[in-house]
Design a protein around this ligand. Structure first.
Ligand code: CO
Length: 213
C-alpha cells in the first residue's frame, strides 16, 4: 500500500478505535461544537495542535499558517478570530510558535523570497521593533529562538488589537490571550506568560475598539 492509500486505512482504523471506546462519539460530534480554546499556530507538520495539548475533536478551534502570523488584513485569520470570539465564545486564545520555525528562519535571511516577502515582512517587522534586544544576542541560534518568542508576543498583541477580542473582554471578561512556544526538541510547551490585562490596557491607548461607533 502506498503512503496515500494508507491514509484511508488509517482513517478506518481510527474510526474503529474511537467507536470501540465510545459508541456514540460521532453522533455527539456531529451535533455542535463548543470549544473553549482558539489555537493559532504554525503550519509546520511537527506541531500538531490537538496532540500537543491532549485535546479531542471538538475541543479546540484551530488556525494555522506559516510562522503563526496574525495580520490585520488577513481575511482568513480575522474571520477565524471573529467566529471563535463572537459565535463560539472561546474563553482562551492561544498563539503558539515553535523553535526551529522555518518561517522565522527565512525572515532572518537577507534575501528576496518572492511571494513570501509580504508574509515574512510581518516577522521582519517584529525584528525591527525589537532589534536592540535581538542584536545584543551574540549566539545566532539564541537570537533565532528569541525572535520566535518575540514573534509570538507581537502576534498576541495583534490578536488583542481586534475589535472582537476587545469588545468581548470588556463585556464578558474573556477571551484571555496567551503566548506559547512549542519546543520540538523536548515536546514541551513553554508559556511565555504574557500579561494580557496589562498589554490590553497599554494598546488601548491607541487601538481602543471596545466601543461601538
Ligand atoms: Co514554523
Amino acid at each position: 500500500m502506498n503512503s496515500y492509500d494508507q491514509l484511508f486505512e488509517n482513517n478506518r482504523r481510527w474510526v474503529e478505535s474511537v467507536i470501540a471506546k465510545d459508541a456514540s462519539f460521532f453522533e455527539r460530534l456531529s451535533k455542535f461544537q463548543a470549544p473553549e480554546f482558539l489555537y493559532i499556530g504554525c503550519s509546520d507538520s511537527r506541531v500538531p495542535a490537538n496532540e500537543i495539548m491532549g485535546l479531542n475533536p471538538g475541543e479546540v478551534f484551530v488556525h494555522r499558517n506559516v510562522a503563526n502570523v496574525v495580520a490585520a488584513i488577513d481575511l482568513n485569520a480575522m474571520s477565524v478570530i471573529n467566529y471563535a470570539v463572537n459565535q463560539l465564545k472561546v474563553k482562551h486564545i492561544i498563539v503558539c510558535g515553535h523553535y526551529n520555525c522555518g518561517g522565522v528562519r527565512a525572515a532572518m535571511l537577507p534575501k528576496d523570497m518572492g511571494i513570501l516577502n509580504p508574509w515574512l515582512r510581518n516577522i521582519r517587522d517584529v525584528y525591527r521593533l525589537h532589534h536592540t534586544e535581538l542584536d545584543a544576542i551574540q549566539d545566532e541560534h539564541e537570537r533565532y529562538n528569541r525572535l520566535v518568542e518575540l514573534n509570538v508576543q507581537e502576534q498576541c498583541i495583534n490578536v488583542i488589537k481586534t475589535a472582537a477580542v476587545q469588545k468581548s473582554y470588556t463585556k464578558n471578561g474573556f477571551p484571555v490571550v496567551h503566548g506559547w512556544v512549542f519546543d520540538l526538541e523536548t515536546g514541551f510547551i513553554k508559556d511565555l506568560e504574557i500579561d494580557f490585562p496589562v498589554i490590553l490596557k497599554d494598546i488601548q491607548k491607541i487601538y481602543d475598539l471596545s466601543e461601538d461607533e
